[in-house]
Design a protein around this ligand. Structure first.
Ligand code: ADP
Length: 176
């Protein structure tokens, strides 16, 4: 399958992006945490945690949407990635579900441009190479069946993830 031209990567702080929706790698409480979650809540302001409180949490692999308040984005899609154990606890399918459910929610809310962080690859310790392959394959397959989303950006905050995504894209271009 060809790599969809709507997919791109960048190395930035996701809270600075002016897209329709940024995705938050949240925890089940949806009440804020460390890493990208903490950065999003800090930049969005306390209104975000107030709206999140009304959502009553989120299961692993699922996604919920809120407004983005003081962020340049319009919406935040919160998803809960799997915590990496030994790989035998359905981690891969759950990570795939995160990407799929975020995109489904984006389509439902008429979101055209969306930015993903590298879900589960921080505090949740999912192996980065495997996570990147799942992320790219899942998004690419989704875009092949859906025309309403115009742009998907993978925001690689750390150098290691950026290099992994860049290599996957280069390999994809040369082998497909
Ligand atoms: P998880 O608990 O799902 O692992 P983390 O927030 O710990 O979530 O890490 C997920 C990814 O988000 C990591 O690759 C980390 O480098 C990245 N990250 C941390 N802060 C930001 C930020 N401000 N913008 C984009 N990505 C970020």
């Amino acid at each position: 399958m060809q790599l969809n031209s709507k997919i791109s990567i960048c190395q930035k702080d996701i809270t600075l992006l002016k897209v329709d929706a940024i995705v938050n790698a949240a925890n089940k409480s949806l009440l804020g945490g460390g890493g990208v979650d903490g950065a999003i809540h800090k930049a969005a302001g306390k209104e975000l945690v107030e709206e999140c409180r009304t959502l009553k949490g989120c299961e692993t692999g699922e996604a919920k949407i809120t407004k983005a308040y003081h962020l340049p984005a319009k919406f935040v899609i919160h998803t809960v990635g799997p915590i990496w154990g030994n790989g035998n606890n359905n981690e891969k399918n759950l990570l795939e579900s995160c990407y799929k459910n975020c995109l489904k929610l984006a389509v439902k809310n008429n979101i055209k441009t969306i930015a993903f962080p590298n879900i589960s690859t921080g505090l949740y310790r999912f192996p980065k190479q495997m996570a990147a392959e799942i992320a790219m394959n899942t998004v690419n397959s989704f875009l092949a069946d859906n025309n309403s989303i115009e742009s998907v950006v993978f925001v690689c905050f750390d150098e290691e993830n950026y290099n992994i995504y860049e290599t996957i894209i280069k390999n994809w271009m040369t082998h497909n």
